[in-house]
Design a protein around this ligand. Structure first.
Ligand code: NAD
Ligand code: MG
Length: 394
């Protein structure tokens, strides 16, 4: 039996890497649905190659364009648009596995829908989990969904944990785990003089030294908010306390993360900095399949370096730890303010250093609440975005 896959965010960096892995294994996987926000030409070409039953785009106009392109190619594919349609293809009975690779809060509703429908959820969209935290984890466990991390660090940790844990619940308490060590490249500004950071351009910020990724996560890597979001992600995925999660700068991005045990053992996962490895791991779990990634040549790399992160250089990392410590909706507020700030930076409305200042201001002014349900969460998300935009305009 083939696994039937929905790829949410098929036209993005993770989406394209996912389709590259799927294309290597047509006997194992078929594509049920592909979604994209606005890049309809790319989506039409993907539909031609993978022949999904359904395609979803962001707007009615985009849907009309896609329908025309598909007709020209002689393809009969149901085309829909909007959030409700995303949730439908993420929870449909005809699909087994959902790759959640939409960027930002826009991915929350469909990813949550996949969890509610008990799917195998491959989670790249870390913002969805950062926002909804325990609500999301509860939806996974109550509905018998299976959650497999795609983020390279979390996929590494998953591989370094005892398999008895990872196949059933993901609780690591009382299993001899002392610490989870998330590695971080440090991004493009690791060595740049701190006083010059206010002048960096979006082009410099998205030029990551090791990974090729979408623009938003690339800026998050430059501020290290990405690592901050990953600390929060690790807390929920693996049920570890904030004090058990360390960040270690490792500029070569060869060790993707480590688990340190009470007996002194440290287990690490290594590989090329290429997302096709964690994608192939999660798609095939518990089997292993080819990913198309070249083998790791350690003799050629020769050296692996490590250093502690500098919170003065990377205040966003500290803000994320603070949000996790505060709990409730604080991570959602952090995430919302960050999304607004990064978009404004990419649009050249604010400087690079205003990103962390804006997030700190919003967190300071908007008190976090407890997270009782999705509605209260979405209200806080909106309040944080509104406040961030008001701060920006004044
Ligand atoms: P990207 O910008 O390259 O792609 C984003 C995808 O989401 C596109 O297909 C786009 O059409 C879709 N999208 C954007 N806005 C949308 C909206 N409002 N509604 C519906 N769809 C929308 O991003 P990416 O780099 O592929 O990252 C995707 C997710 O994976 C992010 O959450 C990111 O943090 C995470 N992630 C990415 C990498 C990486 O190497 N790129 C690594 C780890 C985690
Ligand atoms: Mg990562």
């Amino acid at each position: 039996m083939t696994q039937r896959i929905t790829v949410l965010g098929a036209t993005g960096s993770i989406g394209v890497s996912t389709l590259q892995v799927l294309a290597l294994h047509p006997e194992r996987y078929t594509v049920y649905a592909l979604t994209a926000h606005s890049r309809v030409e790319v989506l039409a070409a993907q539909c031609e190659q993978f022949r999904p039953q359904r395609a979803v785009v962001g707007t009615a106009d985009a849907a009309l364009v896609l329908q025309r392109l598909l007709r020209q190619k002689g393809l009969m594919i149901q085309v829909d648009y909007g959030t409700a349609a995303l949730c439908e293809v993420a929870s449909a009975a005809e699909c087994d596995t959902v790759m959640a690779a939409i960027v930002g809060a826009a991915g929350l509703a469909p990813t949550l829908a996949a969890a509610h429908a008990g799917k195998k959820v491959l989670l790249a969209n870390k913002e969805a989990l950062v926002m909804s935290g325990q609500l999301f984890m509860d939806a996974v466990s109550k509905n018998g969904a299976m959650l497999l991390p795609i983020d390279s660090e979390h996929n590494a940790i998953f591989q370094c944990l005892p398999s008895t844990i990872t196949q059933q619940t993901q609780q690591v308490r009382n299993q001899g785990v002392a610490k989870i060590v998330l590695t971080a490249s440090g991004g493009p500004f690791l060595k740049r003089a701190v006083e010059t950071l206010e002048f960096v351009t979006p082009e410099e910020a998205v030029a990551h030294p090791n990974w090729s990724m979408g623009r938003k996560i690339s800026v998050d890597s430059a501020t290290m908010m990405n690592k901050g979001l990953e600390v929060i992600e690790a807390h929920y995925l693996f049920d570890v306390a904030v004090g058990q999660i360390d960040v270690l700068i490792h500029p070569q991005s060869v060790i993707h993360s480590m688990v340190s045990y009470v007996d002194g053992s440290v287990i690490a996962q290594l590989g090329q900095p290429d997302m096709r490895t964690p994608i192939a791991h999660a798609l095939a779990f518990p089997d292993r399949i080819q990913s198309g990634v070249a083998p790791l040549d350690l003799a050629q790399i020769a050296q692996l370096n490590f250093e502690l992160p500098d919170f003065e250089r990377f205040p966003c990392l500290k803000l994320a730890y603070q949000a996790l410590q505060a709990g409730g909706t604080a991570p959602a507020i952090l995430n919302a303010a960050n999304e607004v700030a990064v978009e404004a930076f990419l649009n050249r409305e604010i400087g690079f250093r205003v990103i962390d200042q804006l997030i700190a201001r919003v967190m300071d002014k908007l008190p976090a609440t407890s997270m009782s349900n999705l509605d209260s969460l979405l209200m806080q998300d909106k309040a944080a975005r509104d406040l961030a935009r008001t701060c920006l305009s004044s």
